[in-house]
Every structure is written in structure tokens, then in C-alpha cells.
Design a binder for this molecule. Structure first.
Ligand SMILES: CC(C)(COP(=O)(O)OP(=O)(O)OC[C@H]1O[C@@H](n2cnc3c(N)ncnc32)[C@H](O)[C@@H]1OP(=O)(O)O)[C@@H](O)C(=O)NCCC(=O)NCCS
Length: 212
């Protein structure tokens, strides 16, 4: 069988521009020069290596049913790599939890989803988030791609867009904690320019990107 590979630049279709009507220096967070997150500025189409088209956009309150299906699609291994411990499906899809995740406070977080068109509506195949830390100019990333869509360039694209959104919001640093056995996440981080260092004290790999 011949497999078709598309060469896709990670930053393709990403245009970070200043949003009309956004007051200069308007923050919602407390550090000088820090702006709210605008997921809309890093939204746009992306094509997986296998040719599947997805739309990357901010999560919305009406995504809750699709988020339930997304969680149902994750293997125990993917859940463990994301949360560092087993987390039951019932806990992950609890209404109170998903409601909180789908209602984003742009002063503190940006949540992107990748959506593929499906017969019964849009299927979510990846979720990526940036959460601002107390310091205001630092944020932590977290990403999970559905098992069926892994290894198709989507994790790289989601993190690239989170970084672009973080730059736009004036972040100085983006960090992430990764299990040492999670070579795929470390490969994605290193490709984008993060430095990854094993922290023996915590038993985790610390990924860090300085945005200046
Ligand atoms: C980690 C994850 C987000 C990566 O997303 P993805 O869409 O699979 O990533 P990409 O396809 O963009 O790239 C993965 C890269 O890792 C590489 N990789 C995969 N397994 C690897 C391994 N065992 N060792 C080294 N590199 C590996 C792939 O070869 C690929 O690089 P390539 O494109 O040069 O071939 C995804 O696999 C996932 O959701 N895993 C479960 C949850 C998780 O681990 N989240 C991160 C929590 S910190």
C-alpha cells in the first residue's frame, strides 16, 4: 500500500497579528506587558501527514459532548502519559470538570482543540492548553492527541500554535513537565526549540522555552 505523506511546515497557516480593538497593555493578568490570550489569532486549518484535514480553534462551551467522545477515544497509556497517573473516564468526563474546561478565562488560559469533520458532527482529535502561572509571564503547556491521530504531526502543530499564542500574550517562558518515558513529547518539544532536562528530584523531564 502506498502511503501519502504531506510535508507540512509546523507554523503553516499561523498568523499572529494584533487584534483590532484590543487596547495596548490590556491585561487581565497582573504583570506589565502581559495581555489576555486570544486563541482566535492562532486558529486555522491543518493537514495531518495522512491527508486528514482538521481545524484548530479555541475550545467553546458547546464542545462538551465532543470532549466526552474525545476522552472515550484515549487509551489508558495516553491518559497515563498526560496525567502521570490513571484517571478514570468517569472522572475525566464529569460535567463539572468539562464545563470548567470548556469555559475558558482568557486572562489565565488558552485551550485549543483540533476538530475533524465527522458524520455526526465535529470530532475533537486533540486538546492543547496553556495555563498562566502566578508570575504572570510564565505558562505551562499540556497536550493530548487521540490515539488514532498520534504520529501525524498534530502534537507538533498544537504546541507550535500554543507557543505562538503565548508570544502574542506577552509570555516570557513556557514550561511543561513530561514523564521520562514519553519520548514522543520530548521529541516534539525539542523540535520546537524547548530544552528538556531530567529533574532527578521529581523524576520528571522539565521542558522550557524562553520567549525573551
Ligand atoms: C505526545 C503527543 C502529544 C505527541 O503528539 P503527536 O501528534 O503524536 O506528535 P507528532 O506526530 O507531532 O510528533 C511525534 C514525534 O515523536 C516521535 N516519537 C514518537 N515516539 C517516539 C519515541 N519512542 N522515541 C523518540 N521519538 C518518538 C515521532 O517519531 C515524531 O517525530 P517525527 O515526526 O520526526 O517522526 C501525543 O503522542 C500524545 O497525546 N500522547 C499521549 C498524551 C501525552 O503524552 N501528552 C503529553 C503530556 S506532557
Amino acid at each position: 500500500m502506498t502511503q501519502r505523506w504531506l510535508v507540512v511546515r509546523p507554523s503553516e497557516d499561523i498568523t499572529v497579528r494584533s487584534e483590532p480593538g484590543t487596547p495596548a497593555g490590556s491585561t487581565g493578568a497582573d504583570a506589565p506587558g502581559v495581555a489576555q490570550f486570544h486563541g482566535g489569532l492562532v486558529s486555522g486549518p491543518f493537514t495531518l501527514h495522512d491527508g486528514t484535514a482538521v481545524a484548530i480553534r479555541s475550545i467553546r462551551p458547546d464542545d462538551e459532548p465532543a470532549m466526552v467522545h474525545f476522552h472515550e477515544s484515549l487509551s489508558d497509556q495516553s491518559v497515563y502519559l498526560r496525567y502521570f497517573h490513571p484517571l478514570k473516564l468517569g472522572v475525566r468526563v464529569a460535567h463539572e470538570r468539562l464545563e470548567r474546561i470548556c469555559h475558558v478565562d482568557p486572562a489565565h488560559e488558552m485551550v485549543l482543540v483540533a476538530e475533524r469533520a465527522g458524520p455526526t458532527g465535529g470530532d475533537i482529535v486533540a486538546v492543547g492548553r496553556l495555563t498562566r502561572q502566578q508570575a504572570g509571564r510564565d505558562a505551562e503547556f499540556a497536550i493530548v492527541v487521540s490515539d488514532a491521530a498520534q504520529g501525524q504531526g498534530l502534537g507538533t502543530e498544537m504546541l507550535t500554535r500554543l507557543v505562538a499564542g503565548g508570544r502574542q500574550a506577552g509570555l516570557a517562558r513556557i514550561t511543561g513537565e513530561i514523564l521520562p518515558e514519553n519520548r514522543a513529547m520530548q521529541a516534539v518539544c525539542e523540535r520546537i526549540g524547548f530544552t528538556c532536562a531530567y529533574l532527578g528530584t521529581e523524576g520528571l523531564v522539565h521542558a522550557e522555552l524562553d520567549l525573551g
